[in-house]
Design a protein around this ligand. Structure first.
Ligand code: NAP
Length: 321
């Protein structure tokens, strides 16, 4: 099969289209013929070697976590999926394997995609959608009374977070740059703060939940806008935040870290929400599978200013550009 393979850490040009063996499936696995893969900041962090001390694997390596496609092989112990099922998944770390034509993955990570979404739309959901879902529903326990502020509201995680908070009946404030204000309002934020004009940590409002999807504002900075028993959740994982999360668990305002986990049941819930038109993936660009496009997609991701998601069709043979 064709895949984007890295043989070393480095710039986007280390991602080379290469012929590799199609993966074999174990008894608990399924083989997915990948139609489209979603891209995430994790991909460039892995590619650059930023996380090499904690996420270990050997080269050559096919990276990529988010896939949507069709089931073409079933392990002997898999009972809940069939050949031809249209599915999507977040692939576990450090196995990855999303930037190729096929991937073998444990069926416990795979859910059927929503029927009203294309493969490209479904591929945009897994890691970002699961992060937003697990942060707001599982870490912050949002409810219809929650006042929720989302920093990074126009990004991959943020665009799902607004919709998930809105669907829960919460009152949503989004933080983004001026050009993305119409999008963030359209997704369900009743108030939007342009971070270039106003520091959201200094506004005279209280929030039950502050979700820092960018990961650039600390718990201490956000404390003044957190309600008495408010929860701060961040996507930034560091020893300092981990310590704060342990210390803050004693009472009052709470600091939590989200470390997204692949989860079939959560993906099922997200598919149900998509089916009911309560969430829709926002996609900045869909690429064909060429090395040039993969470089462009990684450069865009690294800019830190992607609107919603980037998706690549895994259409190597017929990809022109
Ligand atoms: N811990 C976990 O499990 C986990 C899971 C998923 C993601 N993450 C991390 O979370 C971060 C966000 O992920 P993502 O997929 O949403 O990234 P993304 O799609 O690249 O989105 C980044 C967003 O940040 C906004 N932004 C940039 N600078 C900002 C600033 N100074 N203040 C406010 N917003 C700013 C951008 O909006 P503008 O264009 O309007 O500036 C953009 O919409 C990444 O670092 C990612 O690695 C962690």
């Amino acid at each position: 099969m064709n895949a984007f393979v890295i043989n070393q850490y480095g710039p986007p040009t280390v991602l080379k289209v290469t012929k590799v063996s199609t993966p074999l499936i174990g008894p608990k696995e399924i083989l997915i013929h990948i139609a489209a893969s979603g891209l995430n900041p994790l991909d460039y962090k892995i590619r650059r070697g930023d996380l090499k001390s904690i996420i270990r694997f050997s080269f050559p390596k096919v990276i990529g976590t988010d896939v949507a496609g069709t089931v073409v092989g079933i392990g002997s112990q898999v009972t809940d999926l069939q050949p031809n099922d249209e599915v999507y998944a977040m692939l576990p770390v450090p196995k990855f394997g999303g930037f190729g034509e096929y991937v073998a993955v444990d069926a416990k990570y795979v859910a059927k995609k929503s029927t009203n979404l294309s493969f490209e739309e479904a591929a945009a959901i897994p890691a970002a959608g699961l992060t937003a879902w697990q942060a707001l529903r599982k870490k912050a326990n949002i409810n219809p009374q929650s006042r929720v502020l989302i920093n990074g509201a126009s990004g991959g995680v943020g665009t799902f977070a607004i919709q998930i908070a809105k669907a829960a009946g919460a009152q949503v404030t989004g933080v983004c740059s001026a050009q993305n204000i119409p999008l963030v309002k359209d997704l369900g934020a009743t108030e939007v703060i342009d971070y270039k004009n106003q520091d959201f940590t200094r506004i005279p409002h209280q929030y039950d939940v502050v979700f820092d999807a960018v990961g650039n504002r600390s718990f201490s900075e956000c404390k003044p806008i957190l309600a008495k028993k408010g929860t701060y959740v961040t996507t930034a994982v560091s020893p300092k935040v981990m310590l704060q999360s342990v210390l803050s668990s004693i009472g009052g305002k709470t600091c939590k870290i989200i470390m997204v986990k692949p989860d079939k049941e959560d993906l099922y819930q997200l598919a149900q929400f998509a089916e009911a038109d309560m969430i829709k993936p926002i996609i900045q660009k869909i690429y064909n599978a060429t090395e040039k496009n993969m470089v462009e997609a990684h450069q865009q991701l690294e800019s830190g200013h992607t609107v919603g998601k980037l998706v690549m069709k895994m259409n190597f043979q017929d990809a022109d550009d």
